[in-house]
Design a protein. Structure first.
Length: 295
């Protein structure tokens, strides 16, 4: 498909479906943690994604070599990727899907703050500052809510750390030579670096299997194929077709869907304070990504 200057019906439907896909992934991680230790599960996911990605790149004729100048940034993005998912998978051991999702999907907030200082072309405007304040207030509200006994501050802070790592990866891709590397190679960097790091960390912890059942193996397979490889490639593909700001504006839907699915599929008790936090974070993300219409 050719690059488009505006969002069309196909793009909108695809991005809504992708936001729902990512939200469902939070539920899958939570369920899979009952069968596999979180860090081990994250490591196996990256290892499996290496195989899927290399096969896909081979079939598409995409070269796996990258410019030498991009290697340091690629390694850094891989290390951030490893930390991001080690703490995210572990967070869902300590807190609920709804709380972790509200905090984790605040990533555009931290990216907007960092971009303001590091990228002169991406300054915060008045409207984006309002969105920033809204979203940060929502995160603070979620962190301060201690009404749910099934959630802990440790899990919430892990989810926040994961969001900061995700923002770091996005920033790394934007301001380093890695920006000139094709998306598939960027992703390959992340899974190739993160897989051994996470598997070694799992070995140090000494926790691999819990009580794996068929549903847990299915969840791990879903993670490998539908998220860590083909899912992220679909996202890069949409970014290549539609304006980045338009694609980013749909990111507010993921925490909304995740909170709903946590309640619907896992029976999580979502406190009123978390719903308010969700509205603030989702609304803030929408304002941060919103661009004024050109005449």
């Amino acid at each position: 498909m050719d690059r488009k200057s505006h969002m069309d019906t196909f793009g909108a439907v695809a991005l809504i479906a992708f936001a729902l896909h990512l939200a469902f992934n939070q539920v899958v991680i939570k369920v899979t943690n009952d069968g596999f230790a979180p860090v081990f599960s994250a490591g196996v996911r990256s290892a499996g994604a290496i195989v899927v990605l290399m096969i896909w790149m081979k079939l598409r004729g995409i070269p796996m070599s990258v410019p030498r100048a991009a290697v340091p940034a690629g390694i850094l993005s891989g290390l951030l990727f490893a930390l991001e998912f080690m703490v995210l998978f572990s967070a869902l051991d300590f807190t609920t899907v709804s709380r972790a999702s509200v905090i984790f999907y605040s990533m555009p907030v931290w990216l907007a703050v960092a971009s303001h200082f590091l990228m002169p072309s991406d300054r915060l405007t008045g409207l984006r500052i309002v969105g920033l304040i809204m979203a940060m207030s929502g995160v603070a509200l979620a962190l301060l809510d201690r009404s749910d006994t099934s959630a802990s501050l440790v899990g919430d802070l892990m989810a926040l750390t994961s969001a900061l790592c995700w923002a770091g990866i996005a920033l790394c891709v934007k301001i380093t030579p890695l920006s000139r590397v094709p998306p598939a190679n960027q992703l390959l960097f992340q899974v190739v670096i993160s897989a051994p790091v996470m598997l070694f960390a799992a070995w140090l912890i000494g926790d691999f299997l819990r009580d794996p059942q068929p549903i847990h193996y299915a969840g791990l397979l879903f993670q490998i194929v539908a998220i860590a490889s083909l899912g992220f490639l679909a996202w890069f593909w949409l970014m290549a077709i539609y304006p980045a700001s338009s694609v980013a504006s749909f990111s507010f839907l993921s925490p909304v869907f995740a909170v709903f699915l946590g309640w619907l599929l896992l029976g999580e008790n979502v406190a009123a304070q978390v719903w308010v936090a969700l509205v603030l974070v989702a609304g803030g993300i929408w304002l941060i990504n919103r661009r004024p219409r050109r005449a």
